[in-house]
Design a protein around this ligand. Structure first.
Ligand SMILES: [Zn+2]
Length: 170
């Protein structure tokens, strides 16, 4: 017998337990809710951003520098936001400072089990934009703006931006 609930959180709990539940909809219907596993393989090209991701696997961070005006971006960027010209790659330093930070208590499905975690915007000397990353190895109370941080790379790359995290430099 499928169990009936009038609160959706109870429906969700029952679905996780048994795979199905009935939601007593306030509109007056009994809605059967089921769990249907769903998975896809998403094959895509990083195209012009590829060097950034292969760089992560080699323990390097690549930013983009405008060939015309010299604006330096802390992330992959094919063209300059200031003047529209093409950029070239340059190697970012592996040490920077915390420009700003936040603690995440909620996240996408992949990261939910890791909450709470800390995100930082890292600033590099001589670079005009920031790099968003995870900060590991520091308690929330010990994080501050201006904190020295260093990049740390995943040993077995997944070719995701999460292949790099930052941790306190000292
Ligand atoms: Zn430019």
């Amino acid at each position: 017998m499928t169990k009936r609930f009038d609160k959706f959180k109870d429906v969700m709990a029952e679905i996780r337990r048994s795979g199905a539940a009935i939601y007593k909809n306030p509109a007056g219907t009994d809605d059967l809710v089921v769990l249907s596993p769903y998975s896809i393989n998403y094959i895509h090209s990083y195209a012009q951003d590829s060097k950034f991701f292969t760089g992560l696997a080699e323990g390097k961070l690549y930013g983009s520098e405008c060939k015309k005006c010299g604006q330096r971006y802390g992330t992959p960027r094919g063209h300059c936001m200031e003047c529209g010209s093409e950029t070239r790659w340059f190697e970012l330093p592996l040490k920077g400072k915390v420009h700003s930070w936040t603690t995440c208590y909620f996240g996408s499905e992949e990261f939910m089990k890791e909450t709470p975690f800390n995100l930082v915007l890292v600033e590099f000397p001589g670079v005009n934009t920031l790099f968003l990353s995870r900060l590991v190895g520091a308690e929330q109370k010990d994080i501050f703006i201006g904190m020295d941080v260093k990049a740390e790379f995943r040993k077995k790359p997944r070719y995701l931006v999460s292949d790099v995290v930052f941790r306190p430099a000292k």
